[in-house]
Design a protein around this ligand. Structure first.
Ligand code: ZN
Length: 118
């Protein structure tokens, strides 16, 4: 799929695209995350950071949360229940995503937009 998407991208087409961006012309908090992940897998963190700063910063926490869920599922046969102490972190991440979305669509902060376009 990634190879097909890259082949199409060289011709100006994209197999994976952002519906929010296609409809509004604005960048959502996830715009560039796929390219950022691709860059991280190629061990190019600077390039990844140019595509989506929020994704790169929060990825370690997402990986830890996923590893925790997998551990609980393997050990107890079910996913962990959300805990009260997780609520402030979830609110903080949601607020950061909203703030990031607003900031990356302000022309003066264009460096927050995906560096290679969408
Ligand atoms: Zn998007």
């Amino acid at each position: 799929m990634w190879v097909l998407n890259r082949a199409l991208a060289t011709r100006g087409y994209r197999l994976i695209f952002c519906v929010f961006h296609a409809l509004t012309g604005l960048y959502c908090p996830g715009c560039g995350a796929g390219r950022a992940l691709s860059a991280l897998l190629r061990l190019a963190p600077r390039e990844a950071f140019g595509y989506n700063q929020l994704f790169v910063v929060t990825l370690p926490f997402l990986v830890i949360a996923l590893a925790r869920a997998v551990y609980f599922y393997i050990r107890y046969g079910k996913a962990p229940k959300p805990h009260k102490r997780d609520f402030p972190a979830a609110i903080a991440i949601a607020a950061a995503a909203v703030l990031f979305t607003v900031m990356r669509n302000i022309p003066a902060l264009a460096f927050l937009a995906p560096s290679a376009g969408i």
